[in-house]
Design a protein around this ligand. Structure first.
Ligand SMILES: Nc1nc2c(c(=O)[nH]1)N(C=O)[C@@H](CNc1ccc(C(=O)N[C@@H](CCC(=O)O)C(=O)O)cc1)CN2
Ligand SMILES: Nc1ncnc2c1ncn2[C@@H]1O[C@H](COP(=O)(O)OP(=O)(O)OP(=O)(O)O)[C@@H](O)[C@H]1O
Length: 194
């Protein structure tokens, strides 16, 4: 995949994600579950944020199920009309479709600042480059979130292997992630010493 403009990258990734077979999706889910469990065990994480995947996104539900079974608190985003994110803890109360049709936990809405107290932030992305620059879907939710947190725990974006690109054009508001998780690797970027 030759990186060009942000919009061209988004179009290419959207198409390649849509073309994945059910078997490939299942394999991605299993491999990501293993990568995410290793990372949280290694970091002794007791509370993390994650995302509830759309049908085409890298599937994190194996990991969130494991986290719940192991008494790790999982916080998921709740999209607001003003394009900021609230957060809610995954619980027995279950989930319901939110603003973009994505499942969100039912229950108390918490402000973004609670993320500063978590051990690990696992976030969605369209693509990430070798410098840790992250591209989302263009609504700015996560750029705005990362910019507002006073304390930033380690932030890892989850993507497929072919979405780790050599270079993504960056705007001044773009905030790099500390690491990236793909089905085959968990990589820490050099911008982060932790
Ligand atoms: N799973 C998930 N939850 C999330 C996000 C996300 O990217 N993924 N968000 C991140 O901001 C926020 C909601 N904003 C969103 C913005 C765009 C799209 C969207 O439709 N994206 C792609 C399709 C994704 C796919 O199915 O592969 C698109 O633009 O076509 C979804 C959510 C909060 N929750
Ligand atoms: N810190 C910020 N404060 C206000 N607006 C912002 C901030 N960061 C990004 N934006 C706005 O959000 C919009 C989307 O930015 P960009 O294309 O970089 O998003 P993205 O990285 O694809 O999205 P996301 O953060 O949701 O994953 C832009 O119009 C940008 O001006």
């Amino acid at each position: 995949m030759q990186p060009q403009t942000k919009q061209q990258i988004r179009t290419a990734v959207r198409a390649s994600r849509a073309a994945r077979s059910a078997a490939a999706r299942q394999q991605t889910r299993d491999q990501l579950t293993a990568q995410l469990i290793s990372l949280s065990v290694q970091r002794n994480a007791k509370a993390v944020s994650c995302y509830f995947p759309t049908p085409n996104e890298p599937d994190t539900t194996g990991f969130t199920a494991w986290a719940r079974t192991n008494s790790i608190d999982v916080f998921l985003p709740v999209a607001r009309k003003d394009r900021n994110l609230d957060w809610a803890r995954l619980s027995e109360a279950g989930t319901a479709g939110g603003l973009h049709g994505i499942q969100e936990p039912v229950g108390e809405r918490l402000p973004a600042q609670i993320l500063g107290q978590l051990d690990l932030l696992i976030i969605p992305a369209c693509a990430v480059d070798e410098q840790g620059m992250r591209l989302g879907w263009g609504l700015g939710y996560y750029d705005r979130l990362l910019a507002t947190l006073d304390t930033l725990p380690p932030v890892f974006a989850v993507i497929h292997d072919d979405e780790l690109l050599a270079h993504i054009p960056a705007d001044t508001h773009d905030i790099p992630v500390h690491g990236v998780i793909t089905p085959t690797q968990t990589r820490l970027f050099s911008n982060y010493a932790g």
